[in-house]
Design a protein around this ligand. Structure first.
Ligand SMILES: [Zn+2]
Length: 265
């Protein structure tokens, strides 16, 4: 067992005879010789044996480290170090020149969140586009059984989702089939996205909108990687400036979509 302070907590002194660990609300513990040194040494990586040797090396033989750790754990001043979940393996691809900046922000945020950035077909694919994305890369990813999350920046909004995964959750093709019901010309428009006549102009989505969307990308990638259900499972979320929740649109699984035909093949 590797003890750690509660994340975000500090060790402060209440009075000459007591320390407080954390402030929310904090756990008061009686001070004793060597305790401050021990609390300086717990870091979630050292086990009790290592802590004991280090305390001896620093001249604090008088403190029973094992008993003190047990006492502080029971009081809630120390916790077992959380095991970090495996890093999601993710590839981020900008589908057009204007999307490179947003893709770069997603990549930087993902790296901070512990993503292992790779170029391999077994990873989660995050496709970033300006405007409606072309479909071919998402379709290819689906065929490769990769989970694929689409992030599209429009004039002043950012749409995240759907988080397609063959046989598990609806894909862009499912979204297209639903949209075709109210806009019959939609398939003809989507076909032209593969070879746009001119590059899309960059989105003007403000930083608050962009970062809220990126926050959802981070959450959803982590959930998908660790067996949870992302918020963009069978849905798109559209972020825009101002307070309030993103606009959510359900994307139903379509039996006539290629993703279902592939599953049954
Ligand atoms: Zn589909």
């Amino acid at each position: 067992m590797r003890p750690a302070l509660i994340p975000g907590s500090q060790v402060l002194r209440c009075d000459p005879h007591h320390l407080v660990v954390g402030t929310d609300p904090g756990v008061v513990v009686p001070d004793r010789p060597g305790l401050v040194a021990l609390l300086d040494l717990v870091d979630g990586r050292r086990d009790v044996g290592t802590l004991t040797s280090l305390m001896h090396r620093h001249g604090h033989q008088g403190l029973d480290v094992a008993a003190t750790v047990t006492e502080l754990m029971a009081a809630g001043a120390l916790v077992p170090a959380a095991r970090t979940p495996p890093h999601p393996r993710v590839e981020v691809v900008a589908l057009d020149r204007s999307a490179r900046r947003l893709a770069s922000l997603v990549t930087t945020a993902g790296r901070d969140a512990g993503w292992h950035l790779v170029h391999e077909t077994s990873s989660i694919l995050v496709l970033v586009s300006t405007g409606e994305p072309s479909r071919s890369q998402a379709e290819l990813a689906l065929e490769q059984q990769r989970p694929v999350l689409v992030v599209a920046a429009f004039a002043d909004t950012v749409r995240v989702g759907p988080f397609g995964h063959l046989g598990r959750s609806p894909c862009l093709g499912c979204l297209d089939r639903t949209r075709t019901e109210r806009q019959p010309v939609w398939p003809a428009l989507v076909a032209q996205l593969e070879h746009p006549r001119r590059a899309a102009r960059p989105s003007r989505a403000d930083p608050g909108t962009t970062w809220r969307a990126i926050g959802t990308v981070l959450d959803d990638v982590a959930l998908r990687a660790h067996g949870g259900r992302p918020s963009t499972h069978a849905a798109t979320l559209t972020f825009r400036a101002g307070p309030g929740a993103p606009e959510r649109h359900v994307v139903p699984l379509r039996d006539d979509c290629a993703c279902q035909l592939l599953v049954s093949a």
